[in-house]
Design a protein around this ligand. Structure first.
Ligand code: ADP
Ligand code: MG
Length: 677
């Protein structure tokens, strides 16, 4: 099976340059990748109903004979429509098609066909609109439905999938050892890969999905557990604690939570021959930067260097300015390194860094370059760490001799999940906001009230403020949702034509994104129309409103993160959730945001109502298409995978045994792309 991951898609007939590019966009490069692109759902083309017994309003298959001529007429809106009656012994069904003149040549009177579509009962008449039709001899099956994107249909993907399955070797090397499969009652990969695409019966879908959920969680667990098993010896110890001195130079009083988290970290850093591996979880605005600075301060005072890596230039700049301000009267040197650091300045920074003349280096991925050499690296800190892959983090760690490591995350993962995700990583929690923060007023409105909401925010803009409008999708294909591009155009031409608005989404180039964010930061943009990219760490104190369209689409945690983009100064801020959902559970979920402002509590709620998938980040971890794994099942599988991972690593710590070859391969693959929550 592993060999299919080096088999280029070219091996498939009819793939061409066009489809290759489309697949590439979906992250699919090889036949193996394609086989791991799972159907979103299935259509039952295996059960044939009589017209009378067929259910209404759901897709179903009926067998019937054409019992009228096809007649063509024009609808009131001018579309050409074809109508024909089909019958079986039980009843008559009226079919209608649009713009399909050729149908009269196919659906000949008295010929038998299978029709697949939704039957509607309209005043006693059974009607099926635009059904698919097949010869009565076609094989019946459960048809996979793939997420189609621009340029490729589900059916086309299905055809490529059939070819890919044919390339599978007769006996597939099983990645999960048989003992583990037996313990947890898992099917084989061979069975699962065939049945997830073309299930022989409905029950096989569940067992196949369960297999892949387990396989993916196991890979994930192997990755983090392996990482934690690395040598932890370290020769940098905090001999003297300068924290009380640090608190004197802070312009505000630290919160008790900040004091506690600094303490917990320093206690680790005071132990000889031990490298701290700690996760600092703190809600947006809880003041994680101060904790980071306190550790850098202590490190510098004890003669070692610190590296703090952030995902964007804007964040680097923010930290850099803040660090310099606080440390202005101290004899501690802080520098910043990003891709846009000028060549001359860069050379100087690199030289000084090598000579230990720089105590704290703040920067972006640019810090990972081999040219960046520290003399005495004591601690490595990554901020907004879900944006970094494990490999990047390890690369930074390798710049010292097992330096201490603090990873900071604004995702308040529930403790139960954090334990599973991070294994033995110690956890500190900043569960308290600095005094004097105002709650962000949160409203839930229907879209028909959008205009009022816009007028409300326009008033805020007139008072010199800024804000965000967030839209969930950027792909054009999702039927009932409007893409952020489209939405931007509408807002620009209509509601906000007299304002400065700009677009920000994840598919823009990094430099474009930076430009837009910079302009927004400097006040040159009134409203930023964006996808959830603003979720990450942007601190623009003047932004006081955020409107979230189709808010039912987001998890509580994401919504909470979005809300955290505003209310970052003493000015009253507003979060307006727009949703037309009629779904009780969704409404209830959205309403909890009005009353709960604690990210950890919301995360617990999220876990209960949406299951762990929300935290696993569906796409990155390849959980797409596994269907909604519900909370209980998801947690159970996670825990089982965790114990399986420990068992495997106990026997084979670096996965070098031949029968772990495929698992090793999967883990390495995940490491390449892998991003922790
Ligand atoms: P986050 O945890 O989201 O990274 P930051 O570290 O950016 O939060 O802090 C948010 C804001 O709160 C910053 O402007 C910071 O200076 C301020 N801040 C942090 N700690 C305190 C405190 N104890 N009292 C008052 N303001 C604080
Ligand atoms: Mg931060």
């Amino acid at each position: 099976m592993a060999s299919l991951f080096s088999k280029d898609l070219d091996k498939l007939r009819g793939i061409g340059k066009n489809y290759k590019e489309i697949f590439l966009k979906l992250g699919i490069e090889t036949v193996g990748d394609l086989l791991y692109f799972f159907p979103r759902t299935y259509q039952d083309l295996s059960n044939v109903f009589s017209i009378k017994d067929a259910p209404t309003d759901v897709l179903c298959l009926v067998r019937a004979k054409v019992c009228s001529d096809v007649i063509e007429l024009k609808t009131s809106s001018g579309r050409i429509m074809q109508k024909v009656k089909v019958c079986d012994k039980s009843s008559i069904l009226n079919l209608s098609f649009f713009g399909s003149s050729f149908i009269s040549k196919v659906l000949k009177n008295n010929a038998e066909f299978l029709f697949f579509g939704k039957i509607k009962n309209i005043f006693g008449n059974l009607v099926m609109v635009s059904p698919e039709y097949f010869k009565p001899t076609v094989p019946l099956y459960l048809r996979p439905v793939y997420n189609q994107t621009a340029g490729i249909t589900s059916k086309r993907i299905e055809a490529f999938m059939k070819q890919s399955l044919d390339l599978l070797p007769k006996t597939i090397g099983e990645p999960i050892p048989i003992t583990i499969r037996e313990t947890f009652n898992l099917t084989s990969l061979g069975f699962a890969i065939k049945n997830i695409h073309f299930p022989q019966k409905t029950a096989n879908i569940t067992s196949s999905r369960r297999y892949f959920a387990f396989e993916q969680m196991l890979t994930f667990q192997l990755k983090i557990t392996k990482f934690l098993l690395k040598n932890k010896k370290n020769n940098f110890v905090i001999e003297n604690d300068f924290t009380s001195k640090f608190f004197k130079i802070l312009p505000f009083n630290p919160t008790n939570a900040q004091k506690r988290c600094i303490d917990e970290s320093l206690n680790d850093m005071k132990i000889k021959n031990f490298s701290m591996r700690r996760l600092l979880q703190g809600d947006v605005g809880s003041g994680k930067t101060v904790v980071a600075l306190a550790l850098c301060y202590n490190t510098a005072k004890n003669g070692f260097q610190s590296a703090i890596m952030v995902p964007t230039e804007i964040l680097a700049k923010q930290h850099f300015v803040f660090f310099r301000k606080i440390l202005s009267k101290e004899n501690i040197s802080v520098e910043m390194l990003t891709r846009s650091t000028a060549a001359k300045a860069k050379k100087e920074i690199l030289d000084r860094l090598k000579n230990c003349e720089i105590d704290i280096l703040v920067g972006t991925h640019a810090m990972l370059s081999d040219k960046v050499i520290f003399k005495k690296l004591g601690i490595v800190i990554t901020d907004e760490q879900h944006r970094f892959g494990v490999l990047q983090r390890e690369k930074l760690l390798d710049k010292g001799e097992n330096p201490h490591m603090l990873i900071m995350s604004a995702t308040p993962i529930p403790r139960t999940l954090a334990l599973v995700f991070y294994g033995d990583l110690s956890i500190s929690r900043l569960d308290e906001l600095p005094a004097g923060r105002q709650k962000v007023d949160t409203f839930l409105i229907r879209s028909k009230k959008r205009k009022d909401a816009f007028n409300f925010v326009k008033n805020l803009i007139k008072n010199g403020h800024q804000g965000y409008i967030v839209c969930p999708l950027i792909e054009e294909d999702d039927t009932d949702l409007i893409s952020v591009n489209e939405y931007f155009k509408i807002l620009k031409n209509e509601a906000f034509s007299e304002y400065n608005i700009a677009l920000l989404h994840g598919k823009m180039r990094e430099s474009q994104k930076n430009d837009v964010m910079n302009k927004f930061y400097l006040g040159g943009i009134d409203v930023l129309i964006s996808t959830t990219v603003v979720e990450v760490g942007v601190d623009v104190p003047n932004a006081v409103f955020i409107v979230v369209e189709n808010s039912e689409r987001f998890g509580l945690s994401t919504l909470h993160q979005l809300r955290g983009r505003v209310g970052r100064a003493d000015v009253k801020s507003y979060c307006i959730l727009v949703s037309d959902t009629q779904n009780e559970t969704s409404l209830k979920r959205l309403k909890t945001l009005k009353n709960i402002f604690d990210g950890f509590k919301l995360a617990d709620e999220d876990l209960k109502s949406r299951g762990p998938g929300e935290f696993l980040g569906t796409r990155q971890h390849g959980f797409s298409g596994l269907g909604a794994i519900n909370f209980c099942d998801g947690m159970k599988i996670l825990k089982q995978a965790q114990s399986a991972a420990r068992e495997i690593l106990k026997e084979d710590p670096v996965l070098e045994k031949p029968h772990h070859r495929y698992l090793k391969f999967k883990v390495e693959n995940l490491e390449k792309s892998g991003v922790l929550p």
